[in-house]
Design a protein around this ligand. Structure first.
Ligand code: COA
Length: 134
């Protein structure tokens, strides 16, 4: 399917009540990349809307003043490569800044994408470590 230029037609906004089903559908497109259970709650989400259709989503889960996590980032494949994910992550960054969160975390299968958005493997003052339990 050919992609039409979208930039000015896509709105990135906080998700509204009633949109969780569509968000779940988007996330379900990526079972290997995205956690399917324990998805953040609707107030944490931003969505990208194009002509009334939700084509992208991303959540900012705030854990504390110190840390918030960017989660559940998904863009419908027909709309990829047009900067929609970048705008969704920027919206999360902005919200994190407004809430005076010090750091954002992303656990991702797409590190290069997040590195382009200003995320780095090592923050300088703390390091994320993981222990596998399975
Ligand atoms: C990864 C994903 C969110 C990218 O969405 P997108 O809307 O196509 O991305 P954008 O168009 O906003 O890309 C923004 C920038 O990142 C780059 N980029 C996009 N996907 C990338 C990737 N997989 N690796 C490296 N860079 C990538 C783009 O080239 C663009 O670069 P630019 O700012 O220099 O122009 C989308 O492909 C997706 O939903 N994937 C499946 C779910 C997933 O992997 N989510 C992320 C893990 S949490």
């Amino acid at each position: 399917m050919s992609k039409e230029p979208l930039e000015s037609n896509v709105i990135v906004r906080p998700a509204k009540r009633g949109e969780m089903l569509r968000i779940r559908e988007l996330i379900a497109l990526f079972p290997d990349e995205l956690v399917q259970n324990e998805i953040p709650r609707i107030p944490s989400f931003f969505v990208a809307e194009h002509r009334g259709k939700i084509v992208g989503c991303c959540a900012l889960q705030v854990y504390s003043r110190r840390l918030a996590e960017v989660r559940s980032l998904a863009v419908q494949p027909d709309y990829s490569g047009q900067g929609i994910a970048a705008r969704l992550v920027d919206a999360c960054r902005k919200r994190g800044g407004e809430r005076r969160v010090k750091q954002l975390l992303a656990v991702t299968s797409e590190p290069a994408f997040f590195e382009r958005r200003g995320f780095t493997v090592h923050s300088g003052w703390k390091t994320a470590l993981f222990a596998s339990l399975d």
